[in-house]
Design a protein. Structure first.
Length: 279
């Protein structure tokens, strides 16, 4: 009996061990299947070793960017389409407008003819002309008031021309001398004189103007026509002074006068023409 029991115990122990191993393997396979299904269905809860779960996470992160890009493209298409539709609609309405061309602005010149009032004889031979530009800097101070309260400073760009010529209307006897064979002529002329400056209004302008507070308030209730007139008057005076100090302008006038008289007398047989400027 003792031997029989020992034999049965030895035979029973291996069967129990194999069955236990089979149960453990079955449990492991079931656990791996459950975990794999969870990893596929819930990628956010899976481990870092699950490659399928990480791929799904990247796709979910890219979805907001793709949606924003799609929305921006849709908005851009809608804006372009709206602009084209508005342009086409406006053009169509303009073409279908029955009153187009009925209203307009026209200018009518009803000025009368110019009337000649007088004629003045001019014996002035204009020999040369000088063009000048200058900066007129005028400052008015009100003492002892500070400049930011009262006073002004104006920079005025002035442009104009000054002509110079010879007066031929008052030539007396003996002003022109001719030799016996009429080959040499001597002419005595007055010195060239300057004319009044001519302001170029298209090129003259106020460059800058600084005014005090009181002057600005005063300008709001009155015009500055007198001030503008004074600026042009001062500019004309400065142009005349500049021309008087220019020796090149006087020399050019004498040279041109001599050349003109020589061109007039040489075809008449005068081989020598002398022009003297007196005074």
């Amino acid at each position: 009996m003792g031997k029989t029991e020992t034999t049965s115990e030895k035979q029973t122990q291996p069967l129990s061990t194999s069955s236990n191993n089979g149960l453990e393997r079955a449990r492991d396979s079931v656990r791996r299947g459950v975990l794999s299904r969870r990893g596929k269905e819930e990628p956010g809860e899976g481990g870092s070793g699950n490659a399928g779960g990480s791929t799904v996470v990247n796709r979910e992160a890219r979805r907001p960017r793709s949606r924003l890009l799609t929305l921006a493209l849709v908005i851009a298409v809608l804006l372009v389409s709206g602009a084209l539709a508005l342009n086409l609609t406006t053009g169509a309405l303009d073409r279908l407008n029955p009153f187009k061309g009925m209203f307009g602005t026209t200018s009518v010149d009803r000025s009368g003819p110019a009337v000649l009032k007088s004629i003045q004889d001019l014996g002035q031979f204009e020999a040369a002309s000088g063009y000048y530009e200058l900066v007129v800097d005028v400052e008015k101070d009100v003492k002892p008031v500070p400049s930011f309260l009262a006073g002004q400073r104006t920079l005025f760009i002035a442009a104009g021309s000054v002509d110079i010529g010879v007066n031929l209307s008052n030539l007396g006897e003996g002003a022109v001398k001719v030799n016996g064979d009429r080959t040499h002529a001597t002419i005595d002329l007055p010195a060239p004189t300057l004319s009044a400056p001519t302001i170029d209004y298209d090129r003259s302008y106020v460059y800058s103007q600084d005014r005090g507070l009181f002057d600005r308030v005063q300008d709001a209730f009155s015009d500055n026509s007198d001030e503008t007139r004074q600026l042009y008057s001062l500019a004309s005076q400065r142009l005349a002074e500049a021309a008087a100090e220019t020796d090149d302008l006087r020399d050019r006038a004498e040279k041109n006068t001599r050349a003109t008289l020589e061109g007039l007398l040489q075809p008449l047989g005068f081989t020598q023409v002398t022009v003297n400027f007196v005074g």
